[in-house]
Design a protein around this ligand. Structure first.
Ligand SMILES: Nc1nc2c(ncn2[C@@H]2O[C@H](COP(=O)(O)OP(=O)(O)OP(=O)(O)O)[C@@H](O)[C@H]2O)c(=O)[nH]1
Ligand SMILES: [Mg+2]
Length: 111
């Protein structure tokens, strides 16, 4: 779906980017997509929440290892956007309240 995402950039103030934390094999592809989004002119003002999803599943790599592997601290430091990360399970609802709080707070400070 990546190629058509830019059709939805107009008026976008929040970007939720979901990473499958149970599938580190997809990590490099996710990172490329993320860097593309962060460098998009239309998303320069957006607030970004990176969601590491499926934390209920066992994985041979920890979230910290994955963040380090894609050099997420450097990405966050260099990005124009305000970037937050969260660890969630969409299936179990873990972290949902944190996501809702982020959305509420982000839109509040936008105004
Ligand atoms: N265990 C678990 N399963 C999840 C979670 N979120 C989504 N799923 C399941 O993941 C499946 C969808 O796969 P995803 O990887 O999310 O979707 P996708 O990336 O479009 O599909 P793939 O190309 O197959 O990876 C569905 O069966 C969901 O129920 C989660 O937090 N935990
Ligand atoms: Mg998937």
């Amino acid at each position: 779906m990546g190629p058509i995402w830019s059709s939805y950039f107009g008026n976008c103030r929040s970007l939720l980017f979901m990473v499958d934390a149970a599938n580190p094999a997809q990590l490099s592809a996710s990172c490329v997509q993320l860097l593309g989004l962060l460098s998009a002119e239309q998303l320069a003002e957006a607030s970004v929440l990176i969601l590491f999803n499926k934390i209920d599943l066992p994985c041979y790599m920890s979230i910290e290892e994955m963040k380090s592997l894609i050099r997420l601290p450097d990405i966050i430091a260099c990005a124009k956007q305000n970037i937050t990360t969260a660890e969630i399970s969409a299936q179990k609802g873990t972290g949902l309240s944190e996501v809702l709080r982020w959305l509420r707070d982000t839109h509040r400070t936008d105004r």
